[in-house]
Structure formats: C-alpha cells, structure tokens
Design a protein around this ligand. Structure first.
Ligand code: NAD
Length: 255
C-alpha cells in the first residue's frame, strides 16, 4: 500500500466557527493547516491546540494575501487545499448601507477568494492536483431583506467557483462551493436572542417562525457537518466533482 502524502491547506477565517471546525477536521486527517485570520488571540491559541500554524491577516489587503501564500509555501513546500471561508454579515437597508462596509465585505468575501485562488493556482498546477472550496451560503441562491452586500458577494463567489472550475479541470484542480443555511455560531445565536427580544417571542419561536420558516429540517446546522463536507470534497472520491454549489439548507431552497 502506498503511503498517503501529507497535504497542505490554507483555511481563511479558521480561528472561529465553521473555519475552526474545518481546520480541526483537516488536522485529524493529517493535513498541514495554515489558519489565516485577523483574530490573533483566538487564532494563535486555537492553532497551537490542534497543531496547526497561524498567519495573522486582514484579507482585504491584497499584498497580505500574497504574503500568506508565500509563508505557507515557505513553511510546508506547497499548497494543495484552499478553503476560502472568512466572512461577516452587516444587516442594513440598501439605501442606508455604508459604502466602506460594502467595500470591506466584497473585499473579504469575493476579492480575497479571487486573489488567493490566483496565488495558489501555480502551486496546484505544479502538482496537477488541487482542491479549492469556497464557503458561500444559501444566500448565494436566494436573497433576504437588508443583506445586500453579503448576498452580492456570495452570488459572485459562485461565479468565481464555476469559472475557476472550468479553468482548473485540465490541471486536476477542482473548485466547489458549500452553501449552508443557519449554522450554529456565536453570531447566529446572538441573532436569535436579539430577534426574540425585539419580537417579544421565545427563541424556539424565532427559529420556527423566522429562521426556519422555509426549511423542512428546522434546526441549526452544526459546524462539524460543514467540515465533513469539506473533507469529502478534499478526498480522491470527489475528483469528478467540480463547479458545484452544494447546499446544506434543510430543504430551504427545495420549494
Ligand atoms: P465566524 O464569525 O464564527 O468566523 C468568521 C471568521 O472570519 C472569524 O474568525 C473572523 O475573525 C474571520 N474574518 C472576518 N473578517 C476577516 C478579515 N478581514 N480578515 C481575516 N479574517 C477575517 O463566522 P462563521 O459563521 O464561522 O462563518 C464562516 C463562513 O461561513 C462565512 O463566510 C459565512 O458567510 C459562511 N456562512 C455562515 C453561516 C452561519 O450561519 N454561521 C451560514 C452560511 C454561510
């Protein structure tokens, strides 16, 4: 039996939430992981705890994106897996949406994935093997009120995913997106508590009547469920899967 070569991954936004679950799962699969995040306190401690490396970065900085790729190849000698996961939400009606916030969201959730894809590409081409996974959202397929920048960035990310998939095919590079509905995270749990207070209803009612109004499965998705899908996409079994936008939405978009 041939020994599996140890792969090398960059996970953006790996200090918290979904990115942390992905980083832990990749480490458990014996992958070298470079966690790239602006949150140095959580990021460094978490990276140390799972035997990963940490690179502090503001992903809206183009030069820092190149520095991240250079630091990863210097330390590990290549890059096989890129998980573009970092992101954030700002809820505000379109007419009042601050332009600097709009630009920051597009930078982190669309421009950074484009730049990192471009910078890791030659390293993947060299090995004729690569896996790029873009963390989209169910908001890459449907819109909700007052989330214009997030929804624009996530719809754009699917365009990038599909085009990169076409260009990567001949070189063994697959590019896919994952689109979850609400995943258990500090942000979402905070939103549920806020909605319960604002509407004077229980948190269970917020989930049933607001969050999961359109879902067949009415519960939060666990970050580990998303991480498991990332591992599957990184496996050899997924070699023919590219350009896909995989939903984990409890049936939200089935109707
Ligand atoms: P989170 O807030 O727990 O983690 C996001 C991470 O991104 C944080 O560690 C943060 O420090 C990092 N980050 C943000 N801006 C950055 C920047 N400028 N530079 C570097 N790092 C930065 O969020 P999460 O819920 O784990 O979300 C991860 C991804 O999953 C996001 O792209 C989000 O849009 C997507 N998503 C989340 C949900 C959900 O319900 N939580 C649903 C669908 C999609």
């Amino acid at each position: 039996m041939t020994k599996k070569t140890q792969k090398i991954a960059i996970v953006t936004g790996g200090a918290n939430g979904i990115g942390a679950a992905i980083s832990r799962s990749l480490r458990s699969d014996n992958v070298h992981v470079m966690i790239a995040d602006k949150d140095v306190d959580k990021g460094q401690t978490f990276a140390d705890s799972i035997g990963a490396s940490f690179f502090q970065i503001d992903l809206s900085d183009a030069k820092a994106c190149q520095a991240l790729v250079d630091a990863t190849t210097d330390q590990f000698g290549g890059i096989d897996i890129l998980v573009n996961n970092a992101g954030f939400q700002h809820v505000c009606p379109l007419l009042d949406f601050p332009e600097d916030t709009w630009n920051a969201m597009i930078d982190v959730m669309l421009n950074a994935p484009f730049r990192l894809t471009k910078y890791v590409w030659p390293h993947m081409q060299k090995k004729q093997w690569g896996r790029i996974i873009n963390m989209a959202s169910i908001h890459s397929q449907v819109a909700s009120l007052n989330k214009s920048a997030y929804i624009t960035a996530k719809h754009g990310l699917i365009g990038l995913t599909k085009t990169a998939a076409l260009e990567g095919g001949p070189d063994g590079i697959t590019v896919n997106a994952i689109s979850p509905a609400y995943v258990r995270s500090a942000l979402v749990e905070g939103q549920i508590a806020d909605q319960a207070r604002t509407n004077n209803i229980s948190e269970e009612e917020v989930m049933d009547k607001i969050l999961f109004k359109n879902s067949a499965i009415k519960r939060l998705i666990e970050p580990q469920e998303v991480a498991d899908l990332v591992l599957m996409l990184c496996s050899e079994n997924a070699q023919s899967m590219t350009g896909s936008n995989l939903t984990l939405d409890g049936g939200w978009t089935s109707q």
